[in-house]
Write a protein that binds this ligand. Structure first.
Ligand SMILES: [Zn+2]
Length: 271
């Protein structure tokens, strides 16, 4: 379905003028607005209000903070161009309802054109692959000015990872499953809204993954299984030791070798 994107660099989409080295914002919404103001000033977007609404709607559905002090708020809106990216850093940190409850110190905001459906996925996969490395994040957080931050970000290569895992998307896939299950039971008047929310998520996930998800949903009524104490909760079989240790406390998706469901870590109970 989606044509593959050529390998590129994150900085093909980012100029130093699109970076705010120290955000003034104290809240999530303020931060998003501050970054949209930058894009507006650079004439990279023209419908700031609409984009802000879309980003906030998307955040309400599920936080885009991927853990480890990083958030990737985004919206699929026609900006005139292909894509608009802005980066903001916050020394104090901003509360983003992150999956790991940590404050966010780095925000990468992405607005992409609906006419290029795979673009966000490509960008997200590439970014997540770099941002999951602790050493890389450390260097980002330790930069002392905009030039340094830009230089470190310039190292990010965008290519789809050749791994048997899907990085940082487990909670999103679970959310999609919840919405689809709700939709099945919902009254007619609620259907449209649930479908709209589900579509927001679908737009962000890789076509191959969505395809597999839909087939599993159709066949079993669910597609995502939690791993508890190393056991797949769908088929009750122990998952491979390597997967078990990799999955713990992560937001990555794996696939059960036995029953083929998407495997995700059990959500940790909040203290
Ligand atoms: Zn299984």
């Amino acid at each position: 379905m989606r044509s593959s994107f050529k390998d590129s660099y994150f900085c093909d989409y980012l100029k130093p003028s699109q970076i705010v080295f120290e955000l003034k914002a104290k809240t999530k919404i303020q931060a998003v607005e501050e970054l949209l103001d930058v894009l507006n000033k650079q004439k990279l977007i023209k419908n700031k209000k609409l984009i802000l609404t879309r980003i906030i709607d998307r955040e309400r559905l599920e936080s885009t903070a991927i853990g480890h002090h990083v958030a990737l708020p985004h919206a699929r809106v026609n900006t005139g161009g292909d894509i608009a990216v802005a980066v903001g850093k916050s020394k104090k940190g901003i509360d983003f309802d992150a999956i790991d409850d940590k404050k966010v110190h780095l925000i990468i905001l992405i607005v992409w054109n609906p006419s290029i459906p795979g673009l966000f996925n490509h960008l997200f996969a590439g970014l997540a692959q770099f941002l999951r490395r602790e050493s890389f994040r450390k260097r980002l957080f330790e930069t002392k000015n905009k030039t340094e931050l830009y230089e470190v970000l310039s190292e990010v290569e965008l290519r789809l990872p050749q791994e048997d895992r899907i990085i940082s998307r487990a909670s999103l896939l679970k959310k999609l499953q919840t919405l689809e299950q709700k939709k099945k039971k919902a009254k007619k008047e609620q259907q449209a809204q649930l479908k709209e929310q589900a579509n927001l998520i679908r737009q962000e996930l890789d076509a191959i993954l969505i395809d597999r998800f839909d087939r599993l949903m159709e066949r079993y009524g669910f597609a995502v299984a939690e791993v508890e104490d190393g056991v797949c909760q769908s088929c009750n079989i122990n998952v491979a030791t390597g997967i078990r240790s990799a999955i713990e406390g992560s937001n990555d998706i794996f696939i059960c070798e036995n029953c083929g469901k998407f495997l995700v870590a059990t959500k940790k109970k909040k203290k």
